[in-house]
Design a protein around this ligand. Structure first.
Ligand SMILES: Cn1ncc2ncnc(NCCc3cnc(NC(=O)Nc4cccc(C(F)(F)F)c4)s3)c21
Length: 273
């Protein structure tokens, strides 16, 4: 078909392999496109569940947003197709799997690995914000690791174009910045807050405002009740960067390009990302 004509994919175009993960709406499988031998990840979503949760519009927006994104630290969504009962997302395969599994295995990452991931994420977010897209759901569960160990942001199911911001609450509270928790207007600064949460969780193995009760987590977020444990040992430079991103007033959060210039990133991030 011509380049601009979307190929109509069908399930029989693929040889489906092992399951890669189980999501709320469906499973992800390793797959090979038969004609090109290209390895992909195939996410299978049940139409019934999508309809039931009224998220079809979100899925359409995800496909639309992803179709214009090309960045080494953003997982590609090559296309989609559907049959009677299911919708299939054809995704780039991230050979080293889910970052959160790696974080659980290692307990926490060292400063070099953490800074390298944060720098890659900052570059991906600069690219995204340049396209007026906010991801809004940056957390370890949505980060994958590519063949060369590079970080890939995945799952734009909650992303929005900045002109039409919605206040749907999504998933764990831990990553929500004060303005989303307090349900006020929010903008691309939310992703800078989440980057600060991630940086803390990479270094300490737990998110900064974690608490047993939701109400306690909520209180700690809106008060920015930021505490650094004595263990593991973390450099003052890293704490300084985290404290500059986890700022209640969203406009005062360290801009992403300043994150890339911060001494902790400059001294610890591997330039290759
Ligand atoms: C585990 N794993 N290991 C290796 C590997 N390589 C690639 N991918 C993997 N996993 C899939 C990662 C995803 C990327 N994009 C997604 N997108 C999505 O799940 N979208 C989506 C779903 C349900 C509902 C909605 C809606 F309607 F609410 F918007 C949107 S999931 C891999």
């Amino acid at each position: 078909p011509h380049a601009n004509e979307e190929k109509r994919w069908v399930l029989s175009d693929f040889e489906v392999g092992k399951p890669l993960g189980r999501g709320k709406f469906g499973h992800v499988y390793l797959a090979r496109e038969k004609r090109s031998n290209q390895i992909v990840a195939l996410k299978v979503l049940f139409k019934s569940q999508l309809k039931q949760s009224q998220v079809e519009h979100q899925l359409r927006r995800e496909v639309e947003i992803q179709s214009h994104l090309r960045h080494p630290n953003i997982l590609r969504l090559y296309g989609y197709f559907y049959d009677q009962t299911r919708v299939y997302l054809i995704l780039e395969y991230a050979a080293k799997g889910e970052l959160y599994k790696e974080l659980t295995r290692c307990k926490h990452f060292n400063e070099k690995r953490s800074a390298t991931y944060i720098a890659s994420l900052a570059r991906a977010l600069i690219y995204l914000h340049g396209k007026h897209v906010i991801h809004r759901d940056i957390k370890p569960e949505n980060l994958l690791i590519g063949t060369q160990g590079e970080l890939k942001i995945a799952d734009f199911g909650w992303s929005v174009h900045t002109f039409n911001r919605r206040r749907t609450m999504c998933g764990t509270l831990d990553y929500l910045p004060p303005e989303m928790v307090e349900k006020t207007e929010h903008d691309y600064h939310v992703d800078i807050w989440s980057l600060g949460i991630l940086c803390y969780e990479f270094l300490y193995g737990v998110p900064p405002f974690e608490a047993k009760e939701h109400s306690e987590t909520y209180r700690r977020i809106v008060n920015v009740d930021l505490k650094f444990p004595l263990k593991p040992l973390v450099s003052p430079a890293a704490k300084d960067l985290i404290a500059q991103m986890l700022v209640k007033n969203s406009a005062s959060r360290l801009p992403l390009h300043k994150v890339l210039e911060h001494p902790w990133i400059v001294q610890n991030a591997d330039p290759s990302g």
